[in-house]
Design a protein around this ligand. Structure first.
Ligand code: ZN
Length: 134
């Protein structure tokens, strides 16, 4: 599947604005975009750090995946996204290697990327996302 870089690191937060303030005033980053991703029932804020982005995720729904994650584990790193040339073929490779998929098919993520998730049960506990720039 040949991932080329870490596209972004997803971080689950309780309060997006407070977290943006932290990243801007303490870490000196600049938020360049806020977007609602209906599919994931989340609002996201993006920061750029070299070639990699930080994606903050705040739940928009008490039953959404980010709410459930924070309930179970608290705020913190939620997923790591690998940039790949082709999400379909990366999924097929993972599946052929016995990895359990969350998404059998790519779907639309933030910033118009084509994305898919692998199940952390079969990736040593890390929620891995594949990202393809269309
Ligand atoms: Zn992501």
């Amino acid at each position: 599947m040949n991932p080329s870089k870490i596209e972004h690191i997803g971080i689950a937060v309780k309060n997006l604005q407070e977290s943006i303030n932290f990243y801007e005033s303490v870490l000196g980053l600049k938020c360049y975009g806020i977007e609602e991703v209906k599919d994931q029932k989340a609002r996201t804020a993006f920061f750029k750090l070299g070639e990699t982005k930080i994606e903050l995720l705040e739940s928009t729904d008490a039953e959404g995946p980010i709410s459930k994650f924070i309930e179970k584990k608290g705020e913190g790193i939620h997923h790591i996204a690998f940039a790949v040339d082709n999400v379909e073929s990366a999924l097929a490779d993972a599946k052929a290697n016995g990895v359990q998929l969350i998404d059998e098919e790519p779907r639309k993520g933030a910033e118009g990327l084509s994305i898919a998730f692998l199940h952390p049960k079969s990736t040593k506990g890390v929620l891995i996302e594949f990202c393809e720039k269309k």
